[in-house]
Design a protein around this ligand. Structure first.
Ligand code: ADP
Length: 254
């Protein structure tokens, strides 16, 4: 296989993996959109029926709220479905995480999983935002799937002590990973997920694709886990050098 063929295959796998993660969420995303559209419809009807100007203004405000919510859900999903070509830009890692929380929250509620988000700081990193969100989405879905009876996901965003690395940590209270599996989870096609009622099992491509994306950003991905005690996945991405420069006071002239 030529280098070009291998690269093409690699980008197709990344693409398929992203679409399959979105597929897991499709039902909940449509449900969320519908929740945002319901008040729009109801307040439009109520507003049309009344002559009270205050009530009309209130209806318009509710319609605007619902429409803004629907737009931000649709925007978040579209960004993931059609990522712009491999264009990197300085992005606030806290913001990338918040967008993923917004589109997964319904699915998590449905599976009795609570998500706690802690943003200690908002490091800027030069990334392809859709690709990093694809990694986050995959880690959140894996965490949820490790807790079939519900549980808690904790996401912490911050930076290392020197401010050189942006860090995102995703922990769950799920079944955890045995040491023999821990050695293999980044191998392509390694999966412990058997087919569910829809006949869909794991592909074993999620984590290798995540690691590939993170390393292509000169970042690192790490996992810590003990069976029965949940798992913690940590991503580290280099902080945008100009952001570091802006925070470092210039050296004193001697
Ligand atoms: P898939 O999700 O298709 O199985 P992945 O590459 O994403 O593929 O994951 C590989 C395996 O790693 C999973 O089948 C599971 O055994 C394990 N794994 C991943 N994330 C977690 C987690 N948060 N808790 C427990 N096991 C996990």
């Amino acid at each position: 296989m030529s280098v070009e063929e291998r690269e093409l295959l690699r980008s197709q796998i990344v693409e398929l993996q992203r679409i399959s993660s979105l597929g897991v969420l499709a039902g909940s995303i449509v449900h969320e959109l519908n929740n945002a559209l319901t008040p729009i419809l109801n307040y439009a009807k109520l507003g049309l029926r009344t002559n009270d100007p205050d009530y009309r203004t209130k209806s318009f405000e509710k319609i605007l709220d619902g429409a803004q919510r629907a737009t931000s859900i649709a925007g978040g999903v579209l960004g993931l479905i059609r990522p712009r070509a491999d264009r990197r830009e300085p992005a606030d890692l806290g913001r990338l995480v918040e967008d993923i929380v917004m589109i997964t929250v319904k699915d998590l509620q449905k599976h009795r999983v609570q998500l706690d988000l802690k943003i200690n700081s908002r490091p800027l990193a030069v990334v392809n935002p859709a690709q990093i969100q694809q990694v986050l989405l995959n880690l959140v879905i894996n965490a949820r799937q490790a807790m079939p009876d519900g549980g808690r996901i904790t996401v912490v965003v911050g930076a290392d002590a020197e401010g050189k690395w942006g860090e995102i940590r995703i922990s769950d209270t799920g079944m955890g990973i045995s040491p023999s599996h821990l050695r293999r989870i980044f191998e392509p096609f390694f999966t412990t997920k058997s087919p569910d009622s829809t006949g869909l099992g794991g592909t074993g491509l999620g984590l290798p694709v995540c690691r590939d994306i993170v390393e292509a950003h000169r970042g690192r991905m790490r996992v810590e886990s003990k069976p029965g005690q949940g798992a913690t996945f940590t991503l580290r991405l280099p902080v945008h050098v100009e952001a570091i420069a802006a925070e470092t006071p210039p050296a004193k002239a001697s």
